[in-house]
Design a protein. Structure first.
Length: 191
């Protein structure tokens, strides 16, 4: 029996002492499958959100202006017809692209940061794969940490996905985004 209080130290610093359960870090392929599942779920959510945005902003195209622009053109000149149509639609299309980009970012951020900082500590994909996100001490990660983790994934992907490949080669199976946010992804403890 140990006479010292192990609750003050990270769980993985007492491996083999029997005082706390050992953290088992989630590997690259388990995390990859979890992300694949989450990507499918996010795709459905984003498809629905972008459809609603498209329906709303698509209705802002001025039908009368479109008709007048097309009627002023020679029907035998397809290029002129196309240019007239694009002139009327350019503004709403740019607006739609901007709004869908912002909405997609917000959904992505709230999905990952919200689920990973919740009591579940995992997105649906991570839950299926039996893994959770913690801080470096094995405690529940804060919303700020999981926000940093979600934003760090953009950096991990910008550098040719090397930030994700780090998971396979680092001691604690941390990607660049995990290191930035001081988080770990571990197998869900069995109680």
């Amino acid at each position: 029996m140990n006479s010292y209080d192990t609750s003050l130290y990270p769980q993985d610093s007492f491996q083999g002492s029997g005082s706390q359960s050992e953290m088992e870090y989630a590997g690259f392929w388990r995390r990859f499958v979890a992300f694949f599942i989450d990507s499918i779920i996010l795709g459905v959510i984003l498809g629905a959100v972008n459809y609603v945005i498209g329906m709303f902003l698509g209705s802002t195209i001025d039908q009368a202006a479109m008709t007048n622009a097309l009627m002023a053109q020679n029907p035998q000149d397809p290029e002129a017809m196309y240019n007239a149509m694009m002139t009327v639609m350019a503004g709403p299309m740019v607006d739609m692209l901007f709004v869908t980009s912002i909405a997609s970012f917000l959904v992505y951020w709230l999905y990952f940061a919200g689920f990973e900082s919740s009591n579940l500590q995992a997105t649906p994909g991570k839950s299926v794969m039996g893994i959770i996100v913690t801080d470096v001490d094995g405690d529940q990660a804060s919303f700020g940490s999981t926000t940093g983790r979600a934003l760090g994934k953009y950096l991990s992907s910008l550098i040719l996905y090397i930030g994700f490949l780090m998971i396979a080669f680092t001691k604690k199976k941390q990607g660049l985004h995990d290191k930035i946010a001081s988080t770990l992804v571990i197998r869900k403890p069995r109680y």
